[in-house]
Design a protein around this ligand. Sequence first.
Ligand code: ACO
Length: 329
Amino acid sequence: MKTNNNIGIIGTGSYLPKKIMTNYDLEKIVDTSDEWIYTRTGIKERRIAEGESTSDLAFKAGLKAIESAGIDRDEIDMIIVATMSPDQPTPATACLVQKKLGCRQIPSFDISAACSGFIYGLSMAYAYISSGLCKKILLIGAEKMSSIIDWEDRSTCVLFGDGAGAVVVGEVDNEGILGFSLGSDGSGAEKLIVPSGGSVLPITKERLEKRENYIKMNGSDIFKFAVKKLPEIANNILKELDMRTEELDYMIPHQANIRIIDSANKKLKLGKEKILVNLNKYGNMSAASIPVALDESIDSKKIKKNDTILLIGFGGGLTWGTSVLKSSI
Ligand code: ACO
């Protein structure tokens, strides 16, 4: 979908918990090695939140985004938190963030689209603002993945990390967000799943013993899905917006595995220097990975005003989402 309003990102922020867990630390927990993790994924270390919940991470990133936008918290009309590791199934983590930020009694809710959550949230923020229902929306991707991974399962626990990235979406003085494309395929739902804890398999002692309250993932199927989908959806949105790959200054893909990113880049022929990667430092932070990379690249002045950026998310659901925007800051 091509957009035609001057709506974009007016502020960014991120927060990473202090504790660093390296691949060597993981060698002491499960039967793995730095060599296996690094060569298979590109991950060297990740952050782990101790004594902080998802809403704490989200609050700290959100506060920085509001400060970066140079606005008062009372100007925020809505809070959206994209997460697959909420504080609790209910209330929404966004409501806890609303309280921690001391915002007005504005609508606040979570969305669940796994690693595509930030792009889904961006499209919702865009839609609310372009319809006139809101002027400024705080959108946060926040995850405490360490609370939903099985620390006895080496095939998943080495992949994920904790963190939060946030943006304030509002009216901008350039083109801002140029378009979106989102999709899902529920036939792949079981490929990345937390089986127990919902209405199908409520938590019982037996299910806890079987560790069904943690993420189960078919890594190789997700890998194949991502390798195929990433270049396909990138090309689709460029076609829809009548743009060429060369017009992109940067691409921020979801940070799951460097081999997925490299394989997509081979097909897209974007150039390694245009792809922003942080998974070596943070692992897969699901909905937080894109906004954290965006914030760090804007903060370090790598991304400059009017740079054209392609954001790509993919993950559990299965879901995917892309957006192209002109940086407004
Ligand atoms: N350390 C050492 N050995 C391991 C580890 C580990 N941490 N994990 C698995 N292995 C072993 C396996 O047991 C297997 O051994 P076997 O051959 O004796 O059976 C071997 O390594 C190979 O395992 P594979 O699963 O085939 O390894 P692969 O090369 O596919 O890499 C990986 C696995 C990294 C998980 C990859 O499949 C991947 O990145 N998949 C995508 C995951 C992803 O993107 N998930 C997130 C989606 S986003 C979201 O929505 C949250």
